[in-house]
Design a protein around this ligand. Structure first.
Ligand code: SAH
Ligand code: SF4
Ligand code: F3S
Length: 437
């Protein structure tokens, strides 16, 4: 067995949703506060935190193979922490399956990570998948630096129990952070350099105090330019939240509202608690409040019992909504979920075929949405370098990625005119750099 010295460098690798990205950042901040330093991409770290996702099949196998790959050429390995939703689901089983995993920490327990790392140093192999009543947020250190576009978790967990989904089991029951804590963290993020904040939650619009009120409050913060929120459940789109899209200029004209299927029969079997009609009614209200808003969604094809007609209804709702972008997945049976034991499994080839057809249809709509912005003047927040030298990429209000030739730094707002549009990216020419005459 290899000796594991106390770590002085670390790396956190996050998979899955934006909530995991946020958690990964918080874990990194904690380890930094303990005096450890993060290593650059490609470099060896003394401690590797794998912040895993459990949403689809093979997630567990992937996590174990990621662990296995951490063995270095000389046979040594870093200290390994398994975190995230696979950690929650596997618990101590993880250390039975892989001797390399030194500690296992679930998404509601990661504020204890530094103490667990210390315990590993004493020869222990700690596992913590508790979901304590007291929120971990209170135990996290204050935030200091922030990216121009920052995430802020306001709500966690899920009480919806869609029949295909593991999230209610891996993240636990819905909890909402306190208003003052969220506004305080938003202010800290802005003080630390954030210009855009995306409010996060598994069901962010189920935030207990009314997400519209939170958005109005955060919009008051000077220096904050943009607000977004994700992911929303259709059943929690209140009239007040919809109205906020027309009232708050800083709230960007984009809404991610997963529908999953266009068939009421399938939606019912999924326990989605919205119908095709109620969903379309919501979209109509949202568009009335904020004309031109970009709608994105999530889809699952091949849910048990899905017929050709059900699938045709999904294509129909895609056409009815005209999504600006979307994620689409083949149904993946998750052990322990109600759908896993439902009859009517869809043939894998049929699933492949449906996914291809759905993605082709979604691509047409994305392209149409993006092409409609050609010739328009808009503003982007630069968030990364382009592939070519002298090229930068930023997000439009509608969350499109737009390439521009510029030397402007990450975090700059640029006025651009859209000149061309593909399905996933657009090009523009620079009209004005913020701060310039
Ligand atoms: N809370 C969000 C998203 C949860 S997971 C919501 O309710 O929409 C993100 C997406 O993964 C889901 O919207 C769904 O489309 C997909 N997904 C979840 N479980 C799945 C499964 N078992 N098989 C395939 N896709 C799944
Ligand atoms: Fe999963 Fe449904 Fe909850 Fe979303 S609302 S996290 S899909 S159970
Ligand atoms: Fe994955 Fe957990 Fe997010 S399962 S999608 S990392 S809530």
């Amino acid at each position: 067995m290899t000796e594991i010295p106390a770590p002085s460098t670390f790396k956190v690798k996050s998979f899955g949703c934006q909530m995991n990205v946020y958690d990964g950042e918080r874990m990194a901040e904690m380890l930094t506060a303990e005096g450890m330093t993060v290593v650059a991409e490609g470099e060896n770290a003394d401690l590797v935190v794998l912040n895993t996702c459990h949403i689809r099949e093979k997630a567990v196998d992937k996590a174990y193979s990621d662990v296995g790959r951490l063995t270095r050429d000389d046979g040594s390995r870093p200290m390994i922490a398994l975190a995230g939703c696979v950690a929650q689901a596997e618990g101590s089983e993880a250390q039975r399956r892989s001797k390399m995993i030194d500690l296992v920490v679930g998404p509601q327990a990661y504020h204890r990570l530094p103490a667990m790392v210390a315990a590993v140093g004493r020869g222990e192999r700690p596992v913590d998948t508790d979901m304590p009543a007291i929120s971990k947020f209170e135990a996290l250190p204050a935030r200091r630096k922030s990216a121009p576009s920052a995430f802020l978790t306001v709500q966690e967990g899920c009480d919806k129990f869609c029949t295909y989904c593991v999230v209610p089991y891996t993240r636990g029951a819905e909890i909402s952070r306190a208003f003052a804590d969220i506004v305080g963290e938003a202010q800290t993020l802005v003080d630390g350099g954030a210009r855009e904040i995306t409010l996060l939650g598994q069901n962010v619009n189920a935030w207990a105090g009314g997400l519209d009120k939170l958005i109005h409050a955060i919009a008051e913060i000077d220096g904050l330019k943009r607000i977004r929120y994700t992911t929303s459940h259709p059943a929690d789109m209140t009239d007040e939240l919809i109205a906020a899209h027309g009232e708050v200029d800083k709230l960007m004209p984009h809404l991610h509202l997963p529908v999953q299927s266009g068939s009421d029969v399938v939606l019912k079997a999924m326990n989605r608690s919205h119908s095709v009609e109620s969903y379309l009614r919501t979209i109509k209200k949202v568009r009335a409040a904020r004309p031109g808003i970009a709608i994105s969604g999530d889809f699952i094809v091949g849910f048990p019992g899905e017929t050709d007609e059900d699938f045709a209804d999904t294509l129909a709702i895609v056409d009815a909504v005209g999504y600006a972008s979307a994620y689409s997945f083949k149904y993946s049976a998750r052990p322990g979920t109600p759908a896993a034991t439902m009859e009517g499994a869809v043939d894998p080839q049929v699933m492949d075929d449906r996914l291809q057809r759905l993605q082709a249809r979604l691509a047409e709509h994305s392209l149409a949405f993006n092409r409609a912005t050609i010739g328009q003047d808009t503003r982007i927040l630069v968030d990364r370098k382009g592939r070519l030298p002298g090229q930068m990429i930023g997000k439009s209000p509608w969350l499109q990625s737009i390439f521009v030739e510029t030397e402007a730094a990450i975090g700059t707002m640029l006025d651009v005119t859209v000149t061309h549009a593909l399905r996933n990216s657009l090009g523009g020419v620079l009209r004005n750099v913020e701060g310039a005459a």
